[in-house]
Design a protein around this ligand. Structure first.
Ligand SMILES: NC(=O)c1ccc[n+]([C@@H]2O[C@H](COP(=O)([O-])OP(=O)(O)OC[C@H]3O[C@@H](n4cnc5c(N)ncnc54)[C@H](OP(=O)(O)O)[C@@H]3O)[C@@H](O)[C@H]2O)c1
Length: 305
């Protein structure tokens, strides 16, 4: 099969190569998925799981990309819950070969059915941003109706989902971003916008939940904005500061079939919008992940037309 591989962390996306690889096999509890569309998060090239297995052993050349939408083609021994020919989407194990390939072996529990009226390209764009926003807001942030949320980077992949899901859940949403992101952030449901390049973040006052996707100085200053009993949720690495009277939670997204179902149902009935930028073929994937111009939205690789 065709696949994109990486061998050297120092090279980043420039080190991606299109190669021929044997098709993976479906182990017990796995399914083999014929990949139709695949998503990739640049951050994953800096994570140890791309380069080593769980025991820390080198697993290069490894196949990056951990979001997919496709069709189940083989069931591993004893695999239950999915069937051959079923459309699925989901987030695959970070420590295994990923989805920038014609086939991927995936634990069945990491996948959910993809409804027939949802395009594979849309399906592949949802798992990381949708699950991260859901888990950060509801599992870690314990968001309740009437609370306030500061959604950083709310024009981006995760932040736009945070703004939309928090608004739907009855929260007061303040979105942040660059000056040019103002309208996009308001369109995602934020009631207020903070321009991180020109406005003072400190003017936000206090909020119940900060959802930080940026980290660094923004994350550090945001800790002071968390009200007593509130939570700083971050996905940008260990927080540089903690709320004086609240929780700081740094987590890594995991797949969850029920939550994937919640996310895709909202996309079907128009409550949730995903931001897809460039769509490229597997043959053009290396160029797509090494753009010469800034692109908006998530790059999706359409592995099969
Ligand atoms: N822990 C986890 O489980 C997990 C899960 C998903 C993602 N992540 C990580 O979370 C981060 C965000 O992911 P994403 O997919 O949402 O990325 P994204 O689509 O690039 O969104 C980030 C947004 O924040 C904006 N931004 C970044 N720095 C900014 C700054 N200093 N001032 C103003 N705006 C700024 C970006 O604007 P520009 O594009 O203009 O920079 C963009 O709109 C990445 O580092 C990713 O690796 C972690």
């Amino acid at each position: 099969m065709k696949a994109i591989v990486v061998t050297d962390q120092a090279e980043g996306t420039a080190g991606m190569t299109l190669v021929e690889r044997p098709e993976p096999e479906a182990a017990g509890n796995d399914v083999l998925v014929e990949v139709h569309a695949s998503g990739f998060t640049p951050g994953e090239l800096s994570w140890p799981s791309t380069w080593t297995d769980r025991l820390g052993r080198d697993r290069t050349p490894s196949i990056p990309g951990h979001e997919l939408a496709g069709v189940v083609s083989v069931l591993g021994y004893g695999t239950t819950g999915l069937s051959v020919g079923q459309r699925v989407f989901g987030l695959t194990d970070w420590t295994r070969d990923g989805t920038l390939a014609e086939f991927a072996a995936v634990e069945a529990r990491n996948l959910a059915p993809l409804p027939g009226d949802v395009d594979f390209t849309v399906g592949a764009s949802l798992p990381i941003s949708g699950l991260t926003a859901w888990q950060g807001l509801f599992e870690h942030g314990h968001l309740r109706p009437g609370q306030s949320v500061l959604a950083h980077g709310a024009a981006g992949g995760v932040g736009s989902m945070v703004a939309q899901l928090a608004r739907e859940a009855g929260a007061y949403v303040i979105g942040t971003g660059r000056a040019a992101d103002r309208q996009a952030v308001l369109d995602f449901g934020a009631m207020e916008f903070v321009d991180l390049e020109n406005d003072s973040l400190e003017d936000v006052g206090g909020v119940d939940v900060v959802f930080d996707v940026i980290g660094g100085d923004i994350g550090k200053r945001s800790a002071a904005l968390v009200r007593a009993g509130g939570t700083l949720v971050t996905i940008a690495g260990p927080p540089a500061a903690r709320p004086s009277d609240g929780l700081a939670i740094d987590f890594v997204v995991e797949s969850d079939r029920a939550q994937l179902g919640e996310v895709v149902q909202r996309v079907r009935d128009g409550r949730l919008r995903t931001v897809i930028g460039n769509v490229a073929t597997l043959d053009d994937a290396v160029a797509a992940f090494n753009p010469t111009e800034r692109t908006n939205g998530k790059t999706i690789i359409r592995v099969r037309p």
